[in-house]
Ligand binder design. Structure first.
Ligand code: HAM
Length: 429
C-alpha cells in the first residue's frame, strides 16, 4: 500500500535517489568530471528552463522531441518556457551570449544534469533523466570528431563499461544532404512506396525524409530497406572528412561499424554522427550519442561556427553497471587494505594510509585492534585487491609484504613511503 496519498505521488518517469543509490551517482559523476578534465573540457552549467524557440529551432521542428515530448508551459509573464529536453542548444546559446569566440577559437565544454522528455516510460526511458555531455565549438576538422569519439569511449571505459559497440555514419554537409534528400523524396513519393508508408512517414517525406530510416513501424520496413542511402551522395569533401575520422579511430584502436541508415533523432546534425550501444538494455540500447552540428551556432544568429558533441544517459549507464556488478565483474573494490600487527605498526598505519591515498590509491584498515585472521577477513569483505602487511618483522627488515589477493601471490615493497609511486602498487596487481 502506498504510504502517501495518490495525488502526492511522484510523477511517472521520475525517480527519488535514496542515499545508497545517490552514492553510486556521486561516484559516477566524479569519474565523469575526472575524464573530462583529462581531455581538457571545462564544466558549464546552464539553466534547466529555456525559451521554447531555442528547442523548436535548434533541436528541430520535425523531431519527435519537439513535436511530442517537450514539457512546455506558459509562465506568469505569458512567455513560452520549456524544460530542456537536451543540453546542446543551451550550450550554444551560452557560447553566443558570453561572446566566447572573442576569447579563443576553440571551446571544450561539458555538462552533467537533468533533461526532460515526455516519452512513454519503460526500462531505460524516463521523463526526467540525466545526461553528461561534451561539446567542442570552433574546429571544423575531423580531428575534433576523433577527439569527441575518443572522449566518449574513454568516459564509458572509466565508468566501467567495456561491452559497447560504436556505430557511425556520415550524413554529409548541406550539398550532400540536398542531393540525398531529393533522391529519397522521389523514391518515397513513387506510388508503390508512398502507399505503403505509415502516416508519420508520409508526413516525413515532406518535412525530413531522412527520418523514415528511424521508423520502427512494420509497413515502412521494406521501403526503407530499398531506399537510397546517404553514402552514395556524399561530396568528395564529406567523404574525405569521414575517411580521416575513421582512420583516426583505427589508429586509436577504437573499433566501429558504419551504418549508412543510422539517423539521430535531432535535426542539427551534419557529417559525422555516432552512437555507443549496449546489448544489455533491450530496446533502449543507446548509451551515448552525438555528432557534428556545423550549422547550429549560425541558426541562433552567430557567425558560421562548426561544432561537434555528444551526450550520454546516466540512468542507462548505471543500469548496465548494476547488471555487471550482479554478474560479479565490476563491483567497487578497495585498492589496498593495510593489515597492522603490533604497537609499532599501529603507530605507523595512519602515515601509510595517508601516503597511499595521496597517490590516489584507495586504502583502508581495521580500527578494532584485531589479529591477522580477522583483519584478512575484513580485507576480503571490502574486496581488497591487495593487502599490505606491516608487522614487527617487516619494520625491522625495512620491507613490507604486499599480498595480491586475486593471484594468491605476494611481493615485498620498501617500507619508506617516500619510495612509493602509484605504479609500484598498480603494477603489483
Ligand atoms: P540523444 O541521442 O537525444 O542526444 O540523447 C543522448 C543520450 O541520452 C541517449 O543515448 C540516451 O542514453 C539518453 N537518453 C535520451 N532520452 C532518454 C530518456 N527518455 N531516458 C533516459 N535516457 C535518455 C542528445 O541529447 C544530443 N544533445 C547529443 C549531442 C550533443 N549531440 C551533439 N552534442
Amino acid at each position: 500500500m502506498a504510504a502517501v496519498d495518490n495525488e502526492f505521488q511522484r510523477l511517472l518517469g521520475t525517480a527519488d535517489l535514496l542515499p545508497e543509490e545517490s552514492a553510486r551517482w556521486v561516484t559516477a559523476e566524479n569519474t565523469i568530471r575526472a575524464t573530462m578534465r583529462r581531455f581538457g573540457f571545462g564544466e558549464i552549467r546552464v539553466p534547466i528552463m529555456e525559451p521554447t524557440p531555442l528547442f523548436d529551432k535548434g533541436t528541430g521542428a520535425s523531431t519527435d522531441i519537439v513535436q511530442k515530448e517537450m514539457y512546455t508551459f506558459t509562465d506568469r509573464g505569458n512567455r513560452s518556457i520549456t524544460l530542456r529536453p537536451e543540453g546542446t542548444p543551451s550550450v550554444v546559446r551560452a557560447y553566443l551570449e558570453a561572446s566566447l569566440s572573442a576569447r579563443r577559437p576553440t571551446w571544450k565544454l561539458f555538462y552533467i544534469g537533468p533533461m526532460f522528455r515526455a516519452e512513454r516510460p519503460q526500462q531505460g526511458r524516463y521523463r526526467q533523466f540525466h545526461q553528461y555531455g561534451a561539446e567542442m565549438i570552433g574546429p571544423g576538422g575531423p580531428e575534433a570528431d576523433i577527439e569527441l569519439i575518443a572522449l566518449g569511449a574513454a568516459s564509458l571505459a572509466d565508468l566501467g563499461i567495456t561491452d559497447v559497440r560504436l556505430v557511425m555514419n556520415s550524413i554529409g554537409a548541406a550539398d550532400s544532404r540536398r542531393a540525398h534528400n531529393a533522391a529519397l523524396r522521389d523514391f518515397l513519393k513513387s506510388p508503390a512506396v508512398s502507399q505503403a508508408l505509415c502516416e508519420d512517414c508520409k508526413r516525413r517525406t515532406e518535412t525530413n525524409p531522412l527520418r523514415v530510416f528511424d521508423c520502427k513501424k512494420e509497413p515502412c520496413a521494406k521501403p526503407v530497406k530499398d531506399a537510397p542511402t546517404i553514402d552514395a551522395f556524399l561530396t568528395p569533401e564529406d567523404r574525405d572528412h569521414f575517411a580521416v575520422v575513421r582512420d583516426g579511430l583505427e589508429r586509436l584502436g577504437i573499433p566501429y561499424a558504419v551504418d549508412v541508415r543510422m539517423v539521430r533523432g535531432l535535426d542539427y546534425y551534419t557529417r559525422t554522427t555516432f552512437e555507443f550501444k549496449t546489448d544489455k538494455l533491450g530496446a533502449q540500447d543507446a548509451l551515448l550519442g552525438g555528432g557534428r552540428y556545423d550549422g547550429l551556432v549560425e541558426l541562433y544568429g552567430g557567425p558560421p561556427t562548426p561544432a561537434v558533441g555528444f551526450a550520454a544517459g546516466i540512468e542507462r549507464i548505471l543500469a548496465v553497471i548494476a547488471q555487471d556488478e550482479q554478474a560479479g565483474s565490476a563491483a567497487e573494490r578497495l585498492d589496498v587494505f593495510v593489515c597492522a600487527l603490533g604497537a609499532q605498526a599501529a603507530a605507523l598505519t595512519p602515515v601509510i594510509l595517508a601516503a597511499l591515498r595521496a597517490l590516489n590509491i584507495s586504502a583502508d584498515r581495521d580500527f578494532m585492534g584485531r589479529g591477522l585472521k580477522a583483519q584478512m577477513k575484513e580485507a576480503n569483505r571490502l574486496g581488497a585487491r591487495r593487502v599490505l602487511i606491516v608487522g614487527d618483522d617487516e619494520i625491522a627488515r625495512g620491507q613490507y609484504v604486499l599480498r595480491l589477493m586475486d593471484r594468491s601471490e605476494q611481493t615485498e615493497i620498501p617500507a619508506d613511503p617516500k619510495d612509493w609511486t602509484a605504479d609500484l602498487f598498480r603494477k603489483a596487481c
